[in-house]
Design a protein around this ligand. Structure first.
Ligand code: PDD
Length: 287
């Protein structure tokens, strides 16, 4: 079956889909994106993702490429047309196409939009979760506005590649004081000896993850305490558990940091039960 992409108002075969060479996303990374999980035929937490999209667009003064309701329909339609039951739907909006110039283009320049969807294998993901992943740490070298989900991801790309070359799956950015900010494409968490979930406050220095918010909802429902505060690598290594969250990984146990085991080096039960509870608590929109 051939994949279908949505590009600026048209559904086109994925392998023929393209954007203009002077799209500002291509030339300046002048755009934003969202990734939503698709699970069992539902788009997970779509309203929260679209709220965050609106915030990212607003911060960069890019207008919505189409109304929110029509955009929801496009997301669902791309998932449906690609027959994605479990996978990801990707949405990117840029400031549009204009002659290369750093200044914003004229106000009548339409933002450009692309939506794609792909399948993922939930069994492979479960296997990965049962094993847990390793992370490395890297110094923070991104701009300050990482709260905006911008397509400018070069430091994240380099950090992830470094992780891969070190035999790990994710890189955690460290603040100058040695505390953990977040992963290259995930939020970072630990579970203390008392069973408290700890993650960095989203006010500055990290992206306010949607999966992070839903894990907080699960915690509230199960009377698990959450502390939003910074934690160091040392604290993470001696914690009961560590894990990461993102639409692409849901809740994924972390079993090693920079080659050192977290606790006993096995996935923790708290992370695995949060992963288990995730689908039931998340908001589901039928695709
Ligand atoms: N990344 N932090 C960063 C830097 C991210 O890029 C992401 C998501 C997250 C987790 O956010 P959420 O729970 O809303 O997915 C945290 C996406 C999945 C990506 O770039 O592929």
């Amino acid at each position: 079956m051939s994949r279908i992409a949505y590009v600026n108002g048209r559904y086109v075969p994925h392998n023929a889909a393209s954007v203009h060479i002077e799209d500002r996303g291509y030339q300046f990374a002048d755009g934003v994106y969202e990734v939503c999980e698709v699970a069992r035929g539902y788009i997970i937490d779509m309203p929260r993702h679209l709220d965050r999209l609106g915030r990212s667009l607003g911060e960069l003064r890019i207008s919505w490429p189409l109304g929110r309701k029509p955009l929801e329909m496009v997301l669902r339609e791309v998932v449906r047309r690609n027959k994605v039951v479990n996978g990801l739907v990707y949405l990117q909006v840029t400031r549009g196409v204009a002659k290369r110039d750093h200044f914003f283009p004229s106000a009548d320049t339409a933002p450009a939009i692309v939506v794609t969807a792909k399948r993922t294998d939930p069994r492979a993901a479960s296997k990965k979760a049962a094993k847990g992943i390793s992370v490395i740490t890297v110094p923070e070298n991104r701009w300050e506005r990482v709260d905006i989900k911008s397509v400018g991801l070069l430091p994240n790309v380099l950090a992830r590649q470094k992780a891969k070359e070190a035999g790990a799956q994710e890189a955690w950015f460290l603040d100058t004081d040695g505390t953990v900010k977040e992963g290259a494409a995930t939020n970072a968490w630990i579970v203390t000896g008392e069973g408290v979930l700890v993650t960095r406050p989203a006010e500055s220095g990290i992206l306010r993850g949607i999966t992070r918010a839903t894990v907080m909802d699960i915690a509230a429902r199960h009377n698990i305490k959450v502390e939003e505060r910074a934690f160091s690598v040392e604290e993470a290594l001696s914690a009961r558990e560590a894990f990461i969250t993102a639409a692409t990984t849901v809740v994924m146990p972390v079993v090693a940091i920079d080659g050192h085991p977290v606790a006993n080096g096995h996935p923790g039960s708290v992370a695995l039960s949060l992963r288990e509870a995730f689908f039931d608590v998340a908001e589901k929109t039928l695709a």
